[in-house]
Design a protein around this ligand. Sequence first.
Ligand code: UD1
Length: 436
Amino acid sequence: MDKLFITGGRPLYGQIRIGGAKNAALPLMCAALLTHEKVTLDNVPYLADITTMAKLLVQHGAALSLRDTSPGTLFHPATPGHYSRELSLTCETINNIIAPYDLVRTMRASILVLGPLLAREGRAQVSLPGGCAIGARPVDLHLKAMEALGAKITLEEGYVLAEAPEGGLIGGEVHFEKVSVGATENILMAATLANGTTTITNAACEPEITDLAQMLISMGADIEGLGTTTLTIRGVAALSGTHYRVIPDRIETGTFLAAVGMTGGEVELLDTRPETLRIVIDYLQQIGVEIVEHNTTLRVKRDITQPLKPMDITTAPFPDFPTDMQAQLMTLLTQAEGDSTLCETIFENRFMHVPELTRMGANITVDGHCATVHGRTPLKCAPVMATDLRASVSLVIAALAAEGSSTVQRIYHLDRGYERLEEKLSLCGADIQRTR
Ligand code: UD1
């Protein structure tokens, strides 16, 4: 199994190009199931989760092609670290409505095929998902939403069996008791081909949902309320193909901002969208990390001789602070002068990085869903491992600033969500190597 070997204490200087957002690309790929025409996606990141989704769609009947559009060649791009890919999917016919356990268990986002399959084929059989070990992560909200559109749902032998009424799904009122990104995406896709109008209230309004809605509109869907918590979808008879560009990854952006906050130095993050991570930028600036915006570029700077300020952070749905940035900010706050509190309201088991950070010298106490970081504590090297994607990257950030050489194990989690992390960091001067 691959490991990262990191020698800390080097400031980061240079440029990093931000890739396409994994969490946007996955639902956009599923939306290709809604049409028999070709859907082409630009700026698709090369990640394990994207490969898993591609495999899932191919076994449903999609024909797939991948074109490298980086300037230069695939392995030697004109701008080092700059990779760009165009992925085309054509689902002329759906020849299999089963999403099998073997694929679904490795990635929770596989549940997103449920809505499109049900809308187009009138039935779907999807294994209950697995994914990161950050809590129970049920799919009840997805299923209730499908029922609100007339679907009959049963659970059998670990599979969700879903069947639309004769004549297809029927537009209806979907009210989410809890905000869910995935359930909003799933029902949004299903409603585009339903008979009549669907209204979704208390919808998630993350930038990835707006991106999905925009792509669906480019395919001929009729959707109102983009960027708000109420979406109105008037079903159409058919959707067409499209060519669409995936938005930049706001969590990758925020992760590199936090990394420079840890190590010191000055880095330009290119091809990002600052408005998608406004609260992360604001909080980092309040903590003492300098960030200057210029269109799609963020310049981040930190002088490590200057102290960082502690901060209290609570995760919540967009536009509030994202749970996917909680671990990285916790690492940074170990370097603040004083106590900070981080409260996690989205997932019940998302402090798995705490024991590992503690082994590196952090002083953190956890009480229920809140953690108090007692700063400032110098970090020291240690062998560490993590059990989810964002926890793993928070340990990488810690190791970049720690004294000595650390190994980060189980980096298959990182490969699910960060494209060529070690290459991007070493181009900015980090001492980081992948070993097998
Ligand atoms: C998505 C993101 C993930 C992010 C999360 C929250 C993708 C591929 N993943 O995950 O990176 O951390 O949003 O911003 O986009 N819940 C239920 N029942 C359901 C569905 C969800 O109780 O049917 C709960 C979850 O357990 C969790 C909360 O709702 O406590 C939010 O989860 P949700 O927004 O659905 O997360 P995902 O879409 O899985």
